[in-house]
Design a protein around this ligand. Structure first.
Ligand SMILES: Cc1cc2nc3c(=O)[nH]c(=O)nc-3n(C[C@H](O)[C@H](O)[C@H](O)COP(=O)(O)OP(=O)(O)OC[C@H]3O[C@@H](n4cnc5c(N)ncnc54)[C@H](O)[C@@H]3O)c2cc1C
Length: 374
């Protein structure tokens, strides 16, 4: 008998799960509350681990098309002096327009036979395998996947939340068009993180035509987090970046960072994956990576076990340690944000030089996700 899955949410987690399950013979339906598959958040870094998942589900080539290989990351202090340089050697990282990745995953899922329904809102689920929609329908399935992001309705319905910590900081993200000069530049692989007090500008070329800009700030910093971006204020804080800031448009979206842990990743036939289960601050750019890794490995474990609850228990046991390591690292690396500038400069410089810390920070990026071949 063909097994059936209902998935809430068509983001990185939901679409990867859809691909991986459909490719393993499941019938799959994905419910996306938006009227279109439209992702927020401008650009994204996808490291070796995430790239391996994209390859395993057949979305790699379309996802990285036109995206530059990121090879170097500079961190600069508030006087524009370089305080640390990290070169990604021996592993790949791409900076990509988010929508390109979502489109590539959606196309791979549909090729594998999954159905994606937009304008369909999940409101609840139950452990015996039922997904409830806002239009009142109750859908039965062998597996329900809650991939509906950090405010997950599926998670709330099955009551698995253990802790959710809103962090002191957040980010506004936007895309700006490249200038002719930037388009012609031979090297699009250097990203730069500029600091000024508790504020940061992250500059990342992410396609032939786009620059991804992320502005980070304390959540209580009302002027810094205002959208449209207060260019006058940002130019005061980063005078050396005035020509860049001048190019910001009206768009931009602010999100506060949070950290989510569950008591368990599943209840009966309901599995939670992605930010719904393990949201994390973006300090090592692995929230999407973990979402995709865990979505693929969910399907792999379901292939290994006849009973869904047994597969979900084995899945969590196998995957949770690397996810929790990633959450710990991204949380720890965010702590210097609130430190005095001198101490932060010292800490960021040390973080770039310490072999031990670099190993811890890159452990997830170098991981071979379950379902990808070493
Ligand atoms: C500033 C910032 C920068 C980041 N940078 C990176 C990075 O460089 N690399 C990286 O790997 N990660 C990064 N992340 C983390 C990454 O964005 C998330 O971890 C990732 O988007 C999680 O994917 P997801 O599919 O679990 O959730 P989401 O991307 O939130 O997708 C959830 C989907 O479910 C839909 N949905 C929600 N509720 C319902 C419902 N009730 N019914 C139906 N559909 C619903 C939503 O519309 C959405 O499409 C960053 C995060 C932030 C905030």
């Amino acid at each position: 008998m063909k097994r059936h899955a209902e998935i809430a949410g068509a983001g990185f987690a939901g679409l990867t799960a859809a691909c991986a399950l459909a490719q393993r013979g499941w019938s799959v339906r994905v419910h996306e509350r938006g009227q279109r598959l439209r992702t927020t958040g401008a650009g994204i870094y996808i490291y070796e681990n995430g790239l391996r998942v994209l390859a395993a589900v057949g979305a790699y080539a379309a996802a990285v098309e036109g995206a530059p290989f990121a090879h170097t990351r500079e961190v600069r202090d508030d006087r524009n002096r370089v305080i640390s340089v990290h070169r990604w050697k021996g592993s790949r990282v791409f900076s990509i327009v988010r929508q390109t990745v979502i489109n590539a995953l959606a196309a791979a899922a549909e090729r594998a036979g999954a159905e994606i329904v937009t304008g369909s809102v999940a409101t609840a689920a139950s452990a015996d395998g039922e997904l409830v929609l806002a239009d009142g329908r109750k859908l039965k399935a062998d597996l329900i996947v809650g991939a509906d992001g950090s405010n997950s309705a599926v998670r709330e319905a099955v009551g698995l939340l253990w802790k959710r910590k809103f962090l002191v900081d957040g980010a506004t993200r936007l895309l700006i068009a490249k200038t002719e000069q930037e388009r012609a530049a031979a090297d699009a692989g250097t990203t730069v993180e500029y600091w000024s007090g508790t504020r940061r500008v992250l500059y990342t070329p992410c396609s032939e035509n786009d620059i991804y800009v992320a502005l980070t700030m304390l959540d209580r910093d009302e002027i810094a987090k205002a959208t449209p971006v207060r260019k006058d204020a940002w130019e005061r804080w980063f005078p050396h970046l005035e020509p860049l800031i001048d190019r910001f448009g009206e768009q931009g979206r602010y999100d506060r960072f949070d950290l989510i842990k569950l008591r368990r990743w599943s209840a009966g036939r309901v599995a939670l994956v992605g930010d719904a289960a393990h949201a994390q601050p973006p300090n090592i750019g692995q929230g999407g990576g973990c979402a995709m890794m865990n979505a693929l490995s969910l399907a792999v474990h379901l292939e290994r076990y006849a009973e869904v609850p047994a597969a979900l228990a084995a899945w969590e046991k196998n995957e949770r340690p690397i996810t929790e390591h990633t959450q710990r690292m991204s949380y720890l690396l965010g702590l210097p944000t609130t430190w005095p500038p001198l101490l932060r400069t010292f800490a960021l410089g040390w973080a770039g030089r310490s072999k031990w810390l670099v190993r811890q920070r890159t452990k997830t990026a170098l991981h071979w996700p379950t379902g990808t071949a070493p």
